[in-house]
Every structure is written in structure tokens, then in C-alpha cells.
Design a protein around this ligand. Structure first.
Ligand code: PDD
Length: 286
């Protein structure tokens, strides 16, 4: 089956899905994106992703080209056309194609470029590697200062993932001023007893949609939450560690820079949170 991709108003076969070389997403990384998970053919936390999309676009003065209801219809069409059972919907909105290269934003603005494609990953929620837990290394966080905007500037996260691959581990945690900011494409947490510690929201990290849901479920399950930065040494001596993202849900972290976390196995609190998260998300999926 040829994958059907949405580009600026129509679904076309992936080979026909094209944008201009003058698109500011291509030339300037001037665009934002969202990754929404699909389980059982339904969208997880769609509303959360819509709210963050609007915020990212507003921060960059790009007009949101669609209402939430229109986005929902397009996402559902993408899922249906591609018969996605488990997987992801990827959405990218850029400042569009001004027809030439110029640092200044086009004035008047041109229509934003919209691309939606799907990735099928059957059994996404049952991934055994995720249940076994990830090993991570730390690398310096040299990204720009507005990580709360979900831009398509993903070169440094890609480089950090390559460093992780070269070190034969699963991912990298980014460290700034001696403190962990987040993972390359996920939010980072440690656990001490019944307390979950994760960096507070600011311009320094992406405001994870999974993070918001997981912290809500953790509070409801009487777990304590402390929002503050932590160090790599603290992670290495924690009882557990884990990450959250739309595509990895809650995934335990079992090793940081070569040192086992806790017993070096997926921790019970992280596994419990993963279970609760998946159960609640499946219930509210649309
Ligand atoms: N990444 N931090 C960063 C830097 C991210 O790129 C992501 C998401 C997150 C977690 O956010 P959420 O829970 O809303 O997915 C945190 C997506 C999944 C990606 O780039 O594929």
C-alpha cells in the first residue's frame, strides 16, 4: 500500500508529496511539529497536542491554518487512509514558501506549509525494549534557548542520538550547568522512594504532553512530585529513572553513564506509571 501523505490541502501518494526548495522549513528550520500516537486506530491526547501546536505557532507568529476540529478531521483521515492501527501521526507546519531566500519573514505572510504523514508501528505499546529499560549517556545541552517551542531544528538531538548509538546505548540525556534538562526527544525523571523528581517547566525544556498526563496520573496515585533540576550523579544514585514521550510513553531508564540506576532493572514505579498511562490513554483516545 502506498502511504498517503497530506500536503497543503490534499492527500497524495508519498512519491508525489513535495514542498518547494524555497520553503522556510527547508531553508531556515522555520516551522514546528507534533507527534501524536495512535493505538487501536485512535489518537492519544489529541487535544494536548493541538494546544501545544497553537502555542508553538503563536510564539513564532505563524497563523494556525486550521481549527482543532479541522486538525482532528485531517488526523483521522490520515489514520484511515493508511490503515494505521498502532503508530504515529506526524504534523509539520512551516512559515511557508516566500518564493526566494530571505532572513526576514515574508510580509505580507504567505500561507503556511502543512504536511501530515503517518508511521505504522504495530504493537507500539508492547515494545519489549521499552519494558526492559533504556541505557543513556549524558551529553552537553547546546541547543537554543527556546526549547519550549517544538521547532523542527532537530540537528543537535540527532547528533546526540548518534553519540548514544556510538556508545551502544539507547539515548542521551542533555546536561546544562551541571543539571539534566531533558532527553534528546523526551522528558527525564528520577525516583527516590515514592517521590518523582523532574525539571520544572520553563524555556529550557519542551513542555511534554506525556509529562503533563503522567504527572496528573502520578498525583492521583498518591505519588509525590518535586519539580526541580537534578544532576547525573543524583540520577545514578536514585532508586529509579524514566523518560516520557508521545512515542515511548513511560520508559524506564536502567543505566546512566555506565552506572546502573537502582538495581539496574526497570523500576516498579516506572512500570506502574506506564501501565496507568496506557490504560487511561486508551480510554480517552479519540
Ligand atoms: N519528541 N522533549 C523533547 C526535546 C522532545 O522532542 C519530546 C517529544 C519530548 C516529549 O514530549 P511529548 O510527551 O509531548 O511527546 C520532550 C517527539 C516524540 C519526537 O520528536 O519524536
Amino acid at each position: 500500500m502506498t502511504r498517503q501523505v497530506y500536503v497543503n490541502g490534499a492527500f497524495v501518494g508519498e512519491a508525489e508529496a513535495k514542498v518547494s526548495v524555497f520553503d522556510r522549513g527547508f531553508l531556515m528550520a522555520d516551522g514546528v511539529y507534533e507527534v501524536t500516537s495512535v493505538l487501536g486506530g485512535k489518537l492519544l491526547d489529541f487535544q494536548g497536542h493541538c494546544v501545544r501546536l497553537s502555542r508553538s505557532l503563536a510564539e513564532l507568529d505563524i497563523t494556525n491554518p486550521h481549527s482543532d476540529a479541522e486538525w482532528l478531521a485531517l488526523f483521522r483521515q490520515a489514520v484511515a487512509l493508511n490503515a494505521v492501527v498502532d503508530g504515529m501521526v506526524y504534523l509539520q507546519v512551516t512559515r511557508g514558501n516566500p518564493g526566494d531566500r530571505d532572513f526576514a519573514y515574508p510580509n505580507p505572510p504567505v500561507p503556511p506549509t502543512v504536511v501530515i504523514f503517518t508511521q505504522s508501528k504495530l504493537g507500539l505499546a508492547e515494545n519489549p525494549a521499552a519494558l526492559a529499560g533504556w541505557k543513556v549517556i549524558s551529553v552537553p545541552d547546546i541547543r537554543w534557548g527556546r526549547r519550549d517551542i517544538k521547532t523542527v531544528q532537530l540537528l543537535y538531538p540527532s547528533m546526540a542520538k548518534m553519540a548514544a548509538k556510538a556508545a551502544h546505548v539507547d539515548d542521551a540525556w542533555l546536561v546544562e550547568d551541571g543539571m539534566v534538562t531533558e532527553g534528546t526527544s523526551n522528558n527525564a525523571y528520577i525516583v527516590k522512594g515514592n517521590r518523582i523528581i523532574t525539571r520544572q517547566l520553563s524555556h529550557d525544556i519542551l513542555h511534554g504532553i506525556t509529562r503533563a498526563a503522567v504527572l496528573r496520573f502520578a498525583r492521583e496515585a498518591q505519588m509525590e512530585i518535586e519539580e526541580r533540576p537534578f544532576t547525573i550523579a543524583e540520577a545514578q544514585s536514585a532508586d529509579e529513572a524514566f523518560i516520557t514521550s508521545a512515542s515511548a510513553f513511560v520508559t524506564p531508564v536502567i543505566e546512566v553513564d555506565g552506572a546502573p540506576v537502582g538495581h539496574g532493572k526497570a523500576g516498579p514505579l516506572a512500570l506502574r506509571l506506564r501501565e496507568i498511562y496506557l490504560e487511561e490513554m486508551r480510554k480517552s483516545a479519540i
